[in-house]
Design a protein around this ligand. Structure first.
Ligand code: SF4
Length: 385
């Protein structure tokens, strides 16, 4: 199994059809750094599918023996996983997958769409033949690759069972795409997105709030929205930038060349982004733990006002209340603005803020600024995500 999948694929069976990322240069991505890209042969992937089938049959047999009629409920799951030989990652994944209905599959890794169309079609057909219960098969795809695939090829993939493609657009602002070494232009992003939409495959486009830094946040928000306005994807997913030490971008941060905007600045950026989205019917989804305002989601155009309203409500709060919310959210105590009305939650958050001030006073002889508290919380969040 590869290292990642989109948050929306948490219940999916993971099948690795390539290893790692063929591009592997994006400044903000650490996932495959140091790893070599390779394509797995169709036969090798089919062997994986055969093995998955064997494990699935074993679990279903156990369910029948237990009088559960082939259903995989918690009792069957527990009994199966307690058997010697059922401890491998593959056994656990298949068991969990069947428990959640066995209907969804995600093809790994970073750009499965770069495989020859015929090979991918062969894999999809084999998968559907072995598991007729599968209703949804999705994959990551790079925009540059998809801009070169014809709509006919994509339709072949759709007919073979590929139902959704996730593209990491991240930004639609060309100077930023270059700066982050994304290896794609805004124009290619548009062609790629339109190809997928024209093929009838569902499309998720990812926008990365914060990626423009303090320097380009406006251009990043506006041009990204303009690219999406030309595509009208089914989903626009928000995934806020978080700079980890193992990302190339971290070196730019250390040199003072790049500054991630503060959380409130990013919230304003998302507001500008939403405001610029126009003439499309996409559903905006905020399904990543790194997003501060998780409830900013809805279907365009009707729910745009509601989403912007949540942002305006947050921005109108006094700084102290916004800080309480940020701390509570980053530590996983709360999710929505209303949650902060809970006095018990406030009682958990306030001592943490006070503790950061206390240790700051000890070390620097003064209380911490809001920005410094935010930085401390980011460090705590690193353990949490
Ligand atoms: S194309 Fe995707 S997986 Fe590859 S380096 Fe860029 S962000 Fe990471």
């Amino acid at each position: 199994m590869g290292p990642i999948r989109p948050p929306s694929e948490a219940q999916s069976l993971l099948i690795r059809v390539t290893r790692n990322c063929p591009w592997n240069q994006c400044e903000f991505c650490h996932t495959y750094k140091g790893e070599t890209f390779s394509i797995r042969s169709v036969e090798e992937v089919q062997k994986d599918i055969d093995q998955i089938k064997e494990i699935a049959d074993e679990i279903r047999e156990l369910s029948w023996r237990m009088g559960q009629g082939g259903r995989i409920d918690q009792t069957v799951l527990r009994r199966f996983l307690s058997q010697p030989g059922a401890k491998s990652a593959a056994h656990q994944m298949v068991a969990g997958w069947l428990y959640f209905g066995g209907g969804q599959v995600f093809l790994q890794d970073g750009n499965s769409l770069m495989r020859k169309t015929d090979d991918l079609v062969a894999i999809l057909r084999y998968l559907k033949e072995k598991f007729p219960s599968i209703q949804r098969i999705t994959s990551y795809g790079r925009a540059r690759t998809l801009a070169k695939k014809s709509v006919e090829e994509l339709k072949e993939l759709r007919d073979a069972g590929l139902t959704r493609i996730h593209i990491g657009m991240e930004t639609g602002y060309d100077p930023l795409l270059q700066y982050m070494k994304k290896g794609v232009t805004a124009k290619e992003q548009v062609i790629a997105g339109r190809n997928v939409v024209a093929s009838g495959i569902s499309l998720s486009e990812y926008f990365m709030p914060g990626l423009g830094g303090e320097r380009w946040w406006r251009e990043h928000a506006v041009d990204s929205a303009r690219v999406l306005n030309q595509i009208d994807p089914d989903f626009i997913r928000l995934r806020t930038l978080y700079v980890r030490p193992n990302m190339p971008l971290h070196r730019k941060v250390e040199k003072g060349e790049f500054t991630r905007p503060a959380d409130d600045q990013i919230v304003e950026e998302i507001r500008l982004f939403l405001d610029t989205l126009d003439g499309i019917q996409s559903t905006v989804v905020s399904d990543h733990i790194l997003n501060l305002l998780e409830e900013v989601q809805g279907k365009l155009p009707g729910e745009k006002e509601k989403m912007v309203g949540i942002i305006d409500r947050y921005l109108a709060w006094p700084a102290e209340k916004r800080l309480q919310f940020k701390v509570g959210r980053r530590l996983g105590y709360l999710r929505n603005l209303e949650d902060l009305d809970d006095r018990n939650l406030q009682l958990r958050v306030d001592p943490i803020i006070q503790e950061v001030h206390r240790s700051f006073r000890q070390e620097h002889g003064r209380p911490a600024s809001d920005g410094e508290i935010e930085k401390e919380i980011q460090v705590l969040m690193e353990n949490y995500i």
